[in-house]
Write a protein that binds this ligand. Structure first.
Ligand code: UD1
Ligand code: CA
Length: 468
């Protein structure tokens, strides 16, 4: 079999609890840019062409399986007895041979390039183990890479087991390794826990390789960020800052205008077209797409939504919705799930839309609730229109035809249809269909009581004595 077709697979160590994070869920589920760290690592494996993935879970395996793809195999490490012991839990996977990468579920920045470059070196040098290493300014806490006179890896020594001289070494073990699976299966059986921490160290496999005359290599990773992990909330915040800046840089390179990035958070996978402008305080998440020349923010939250070219979203909250081109939304609008706004429309302040379509050039300028409605184009809503879509048990739909005019403070009680070009008078409650071009008016007739105030009000305060 050619080396290219050799089986390759991954083991992700993810048994850490959230103790230092002080979180209830497993640590690997803590999020970096709104994506669990474990998912970052899984995605890196997939991008690198690794689709056989084993995950070593601790006491909440179900929580992990909800986050990763269903074809990942989850094995359980009931007791944490070290990185070597964790890999032992997946030992069954090693039997069929090939090359296996071991990585950590709490180090999210590992990427396809490093995985594949390290594999290429691992295979070219025919190593039993290839350790991914990095040079860092502060190596405290990490295992140090010991190199022999020939520059080759001679071992890894943990911080707690290291001499003062060894602690000065700045090349560290990232915790990522490629192994020949057959070698690893054998080496795991030789691990002992005779060390300062009483654990089975996976790092000892390097020594075992060299003792048995097999080759151990080091792959030096140029970008130190790749190996960063998070042990506590401060570490997690640092990873979030790095990831956030990286995404912002990516959008800037694509021609997105982000004049200041204060409070700007753009999730992974968001698409923003060129010349769109992202103002401070804007959070864009999930499967969100922003068209060219759109202006988003300040102070807007958009999740799983599409905003068309040239539209503006000011101080508004959008989820699972679409906005057409040249439409203005906000300030202070909420588009709840399944709202679809057309082109050249205007959705203004204190307007809430839910599960509705609104046609082109329709204006809903202020203080209005539109729920479960299909609104045509060029419709005008006066201030304070309410669709009473819910009778406490059922929800019903409202239809409003093109060019209709909905007067201020109209209540629409569905199921009801307002025809094309129809009018509703201000303050009308509409509970039966309005034909095309008709006027619906339904309100108590106004009465005038002459001199009412003079008769009834004592202007020194309160009601007249005669009234009491
Ligand atoms: C380990 C390495 C060290 C390296 C460092 C990089 C060993 C002995 N040392 O040290 O050389 O520089 O990582 O971060 O391997 N885990 C389990 N089960 C266990 C123990 C650990 O799943 O029983 C997981 C942890 O959740 C974590 C990872 O393995 O994701 C690393 O474990 P950790 O205890 O942090 O290793 P370090 O002591 O930091
Ligand atoms: Ca660690």
């Amino acid at each position: 079999m050619s080396i290219k077709n050799r089986r390759k697979f991954a083991i992700i160590l993810a048994a850490g609890d959230g103790k230092r994070m002080k979180c209830d869920q497993p640590k690997v589920l803590c999020e970096v840019l709104f994506q669990p760290m474990l998912k970052w690592v899984e995605n890196a494996c997939r991008s690198a062409g690794l689709d056989e993935i084993y995950i070593v879970a601790g006491d909440q395996p179900d929580a992990l399986s909800q986050v990763v793809s269903s074809d990942c195999s989850i094995v359980i490490q009931a007791e944490r007895r070290g990185t070597g012991h964790a890999v032992m839990m997946a030992a069954d996977a090693l039997g069929a041979g090939g090359d296996v990468i071991v990585l950590y579920g709490d180090a999210p920045f590992i990427n396809e390039d490093v995985i594949n470059a390290a594999l290429a070196q691992h295979q070219a040098q025919r190593n039993a183990v290839t350790v991914v290493t990095a040079k860092v300014s502060d190596p405290t806490g990490y295992g140090r890479i010991i190199r022999g006179a020939d520059g080759e890896i001679a071992g890894i020594v943990e911080q707690k087991d290291a001499t003062d001289a060894q602690r000065k070494i700045d090349e560290i073990n990232s915790g990522v390794y490629w192994f020949d699976a057959a070698f690893l299966a054998d080496a795991l059986q030789k691990l002992t826990c005779q060390n300062a921490q009483g654990e089975y160290y996976l790092t000892d496999t390097v020594k075992i390789a060299l003792e048995t005359g097999a080759r151990a290599g080091g792959f030096l990773c140029e970008d130190g960020d790749v190996i960063l992990g998070a042990n506590d909330r401060k570490g997690l915040k640092l990873l979030n800052e790095i990831a956030r800046n990286r995404e912002i840089d990516r959008h800037l390179s694509n021609g997105v205008d982000i004049p200041l990035d204060d409070g700007v958070i753009i999730g992974l996978g968001v698409f923003i077209d060129h010349d769109a402008r992202i103002m401070p305080g804007t959070v864009l998440l999930g499967d969100t797409k922003i068209g060219a020349h759109a202006v988003i923010g300040p102070n807007s939250y958009i999740k799983d939504s599409t905003v068309g070219a040239g539209s503006s979203i000011l101080s508004s909250y959008l989820t699972d919705s679409t906005v057409g081109e040249g439409t203005t939304v906000g300030p202070f609008t909420q588009l709840r799930p399944n709202s679809h706004i057309g082109n050249g429309a205007k959705i203004g302040d204190f307007v809430e839309v839910k599960n509705s379509t609104i046609g082109d050039k329709t204006s809903v300028a202020h203080l209005t609730y539109i729920g479960d409605a299909d609104v045509g184009s060029q419709v005008n809503f006066g201030c304070g229109v309410v669709i009473a879509n819910y009778d406490g048990i059922h929800k019903f739909r409202t239809t409003i035809g093109d060019r209709a005019f909905i007067g201020c403070n109209t209540n629409l009680i569905p199921p009801v249809r307002v025809g094309e070009g129809a009018y509703t008078a201000a303050g009308t409650t509409v509970d039966s269909d309005v034909p095309d071009g008709a006027l619906s008016i339904g309100r108590a007739r106004q009465e005038i009581k002459e001199q009412w105030a003079a008769k009834n009000i004592n202007f020194k305060g309160g009601k007249k004595a005669t009234e009491v």
